[in-house]
Design a protein around this ligand. Sequence first.
Ligand SMILES: Nc1ncnc2c1ncn2[C@@H]1O[C@H](COP(=O)(O)OP(=O)(O)OP(=O)(O)O)[C@@H](O)[C@H]1O
Length: 256
Amino acid sequence: MLELDQLVMDFSGFRAVNGCSFKVEKGSITGLIGPNGAGKTTLFNLIAGALKPTSGCIRFLDQNVTGLSSDALFHRGLVRTFQIPHEFARLTTLENLMMVPPQQAGENLFANWLSWGKVKTGEALVEKKAWETLEFLELTHVANERAGNLSGGQKKLLELGRTMMTDAKLVLLDEPAAGVNRTLLRKLEEKIQILNRDRGYTFILIEHDMEMIEKLCHPVVCMAEGAVLIQGDFQTVRSDSRVLEAYLGETTGDAA
Ligand SMILES: Nc1ncnc2c1ncn2[C@@H]1O[C@H](COP(=O)(O)OP(=O)(O)OP(=O)(O)O)[C@@H](O)[C@H]1O
């Protein structure tokens, strides 16, 4: 589904991603781990179109998408969530979900003038989908709560919900476990597994929580200093001496 070939990203002379190559199979949940500063988020920014690589190639669904904007990639089914949730704090949970479909007819002035009936039908469908998403995520009780008032875990579920409002094919999750309590974490894991198994979502997730990586991910890709150190199943990666060395080289990391 996704193929990264020798990706490089330089920031004014500093090489954050250094010849990174790997493939993501359709239907997989790929875990992306590595010590702080390994280049994981920068790589996500390249894949999601937030940054243009200095060199290298990205192929998504057999097409070269290197340098395409995040908007163009979104329309092809590649969506991402953020380490720090990007909710619209003053809108309700329900409204946050309804904001997602990018070209819903109700937002288009000309569509309003030309075909009011179509607009109303479109909005009703979006609202129906938003309620279904809230039910799936068990968030109906906070549907009319301002998103800014949700707990950290609920905001992470909402981020996942926003990917469900689109026809996502590949979802990039940036540290979904960060700041989430254990109870909500189990729920988040369960929802990711259901979306993968029953709805065919392919995921790549960056995570420092090794329990979550072990439970959800196959394969696991470990990055260090901007490049892929090793990839394979969790046990193989966690016991590789290079991985242990990479984690020992940092002070705050959670060694695999
Ligand atoms: N816009 C930027 N300008 C300059 N340097 C940057 C920029 N973005 C990232 N970097 C640097 O690139 C390196 C990789 O950062 P990145 O955030 O991708 O690492 P990471 O693996 O996601 O780390 P963490 O696990 O701590 O989130 C770091 O040294 C970081 O300081």
